[in-house]
Design a protein around this ligand. Sequence first.
Ligand SMILES: [Cu+2]
Length: 692
Amino acid sequence: MQQTSMPNRPFAHALGATAGTAAVVSRGIAAFLAIAAVLVLFPSTGPGGEPPKSAINKALDPANPCTRYAGGSIISNPLDLFSKNGVLRVDLLYNTQQDADGRILFCFTTPNGAEAPTLHIHPGDRLVMTIKNNLPPPLPGERVPAPTVEVCGASSIGPDSLNVHFHGTNTSPVCHQDEVIHTLVNSGETFTYNLKFPSNEPPGLYWYHPHVHGLSDAAVMGGASGALIVEGLEAVQPAVARLPERVFVVRDQTVAGQPLPGGPNDVPSWDVTVNYVPSAYPDYNAGIIKLRPKEKQLWRVVNATADTVLDLQVQYDGVPQTLQVVALDGVPTGSQDGTRRGKIVDMTDILVPTAGRAEFIVKGPDSSVHDAQFLTLNVDTGPIGDVDPTRPLAFIQTRRNPRSAVASPTANAHANSAGTIGAVAESRPELTMPAVSGPPGPQRFEGLAKINPSVERTLYFSEVITDERDPEDWLNTQFFITVDGATPELFDPNNPPAITTTQGSVEDWTIENRSLEVHEFHIHQIHFLLLAINGVAVPPEQQQFLDTVQVPYWSGSGPYPSVTVRMDFRGPDIGDFVYHCHILAHEDGGMMAIIRVLPKKLGWFGPYGRFRTMLASIPWFRAKRSSSWCVSGRTVKRGRYSSIEALALGTPEAIATRRRRDAIANWREISGIPPQRYEASALRGPIRPRKI
Ligand SMILES: [Cu+2]
């Protein structure tokens, strides 16, 4: 039911044909071959009749693949790609470059240069994503054997390694679907994801991003992410039918010059961008969203930052406007109670944790409004947290809004200097939500609120400073998420599951925060129902299904803050997957663990059979790193992890720490410059009073 349709791409084979060669020849030649194939086959128009070149849809420039726009540019939707006959096929390149301020950028582009396309699928569809890793190969010695026995894709890991997580989707955690523990795609390699979406996937906004442990923060902060929309929201929330539809992907990046965060000027820890248009300290010359006076639009906002918590608000002449929230984290609000009817929630600000999504109806300002802004409010992240101050994300421009005369861009191409692309984003045709075409189907989490949980668990976030001489450097902090009573362990893909449960179970988890900064709890594969905050029950009419939730920080005394959530393992997804803090510096620092969902009927044999599970529970097998062979899916085995190598590397904790430091050192060598991401976080400011 789309108003516009973009035919599927037929040129995977042009890309694929060069992929094998690319793995064995130099990067320059490989890039040349890939580009040459695209240019020869599709000289002037994109495949399948895509419009000719524009700032959005341009020929891929191998020197500048990651387009970034100047402040004050018009913010337009990313390229939209739609499924057809139940399948969306998309080819993406994973690229890197350095910008004029020294940032290391990352991005996903289509082979003809469109960046971070929005992927539209329907419940029950398949997404076939063929991804080619265009990063430069690592230097000799930078690549080490993959840490796990069971591998999916490459059997080695380096600073160039990639995998893709389809955040929030209720898809399977097996190889070639939404699997991040073992999947590695290295420089020059091509890998195909083939995801089957459940027919009861809630309609709404999801997103995709890299998820290699130790590298995810740099990749996401570098800009590698895109939106994914499960169609059908209008059937559950009829108020959005026929509304213009805007997709805003908010990302973060280092502040130019790396000033010390905090202080009297409230320097942010990270700048933010909207569809790659920055709102940069100190001027905050944010981009422009065009809107007609009093026009209603559906805004679909993903917090695709690595580390920045957002609190969204729309102000007209300083007055907060009512936002009609229709979905959070891809689930229509109030839609899972069996009625299959969403309930609109009116809010004047929406806290969106890292990785969270908010979808809401905005009404344009009337002609008397002079200053219309879309902004994020100050978020108190705790005494040792980041600085996320109030600042505009974008200025809203109507034809009669004088503010636009100040903020509007002047020309179509700003100076191109040293890798920074300053072109003004072109306006793209607006998407429009379809009319309601029929009643909504069954919803994935229906009835969960009324089910009695079979298990209750307590988990907690904690941090340990390992070097008191420089406690502000996050490299000197160990980040943990632990089941209460267990020994805290940094994440290692070889760790046995911290939690094992069985398909069909429903569990209540209380997640405490025992540290002095906020953490954003996220679990893969399923959503959860938010039941209580700090032990205070959320009223039933306000309960919402989320996949990421903020756990308030501990003040240093008194009871630990907590959230209580209901986990739904009744769905089809079994296997090993992860839960973690979605402040990605914390996840890379160890704040992640594995959960194993066993199928209902185990039997004696098979991947999760009692025989294998029993063997895997024997310490000798675990020492051999064998437990991971319980993971199902189309996986490839490599040689067993050498016990000699394991001895040399030491404890899992030491291995994880070493790997993290190695990865950072490797980035330094590859890029030739220090990665500001890490340098800046080392400069994290002293404890300071916060605005509430
Ligand atoms: Cu965290």
